[in-house]
Design a protein around this ligand. Sequence first.
Ligand SMILES: C[S@@+](CC[C@H](N)C(=O)[O-])C[C@H]1O[C@@H](n2cnc3c(N)ncnc32)[C@H](O)[C@@H]1O
Length: 316
Amino acid sequence: MEYRHTPVMLKEIIEYLAPRPGENFIDCTLGGGGYTKAIMDRLGETGKILAIDLDSLAIANAGIKLKAPIENHQLYLAQENFKNLSNIVKKYFSPETKFDGIVFDLGLSSAQLEDRSRGFSFNLADAPLGMNFGEQIEETAENIINNWEIKDLTKIFREYGEEKFAYRITLAIVRERQIERIVTTNQLVKIITEVIPKRFQDKKTHPATKIFQALRLAVNQELDNLRQVLPQAVSLLAPGGKIAVISYHSLEDRIVKQYFREASKDCLCPPIMPTCRCGHTAEIRILTRKVLIPTAEEVLKNPRSRSAKLRVAEKI
Ligand SMILES: C[S@@+](CC[C@H](N)C(=O)[O-])C[C@H]1O[C@@H](n2cnc3c(N)ncnc32)[C@H](O)[C@@H]1O
């Protein structure tokens, strides 16, 4: 299958990371290889890039398209979860190696969304309720839908999906699963569209969008992965090295924003403390005081970029 994905905010990523010959980089979310290729093209023969993805399709696609740099030991591919970044890096680089840039482009690629067998989309043919980014993820949307308790289902629909009708949808799911196991995307879409009152169904956005997004975040533990990896990434940077994160969900962006804010402060003691007791010292300097978003032109060309938010910081 052809791997289709248009890289988002590529120009901004390259401008901020400014890769130069001989440098070391990590692309934590390889996808279609858009960033990896653009970075690698600027690293020359002596630079190296490690590209990580949970998805075997992404790894296989890069294996074919970027065969020469792999053979030249310029590019290393790792089918892993980036939450284990420090350990992944140890497999490919010496312990003292530091990196000049680390990039994250969170969420899922167009190729994954459009792959009928994965269950990420409510617009395509009926599919099993999987929704994992790769074989290493054992959780499935089917398990969550059929086995989680009412309070836990409502919580993810409300928090991750910001779904107004979270509780009502949960009750309908629980009613339905007592009659028949919910195993396909169409079964779930039918339940959701029947529960959300017609006058609240937005013509531009499919009524199942928020529930599908919440399930995907829960299946892949996306917020936890992000929380775990940010400090590891910063500790792997060389002084002056940059970390760039593109997120597509407000909760993800909040995690990045808060982490950057804390990591850029010299003291985290509450303001009432007369002197610092925590001993925390700033590790990074924030380069994007205001979050960056794609240009109107990019959104027009690639509507999937519309919710992207980019934050960049530099290691001190
Ligand atoms: C938006 S796509 C990246 C697209 C890429 N920047 C490009 O230009 O083609 C996100 C990718 O990150 C991968 N991914 C998401 N979470 C991951 C994780 N915790 N560990 C490894 N890969 C992950 C997904 O499988 C997907 O391929």
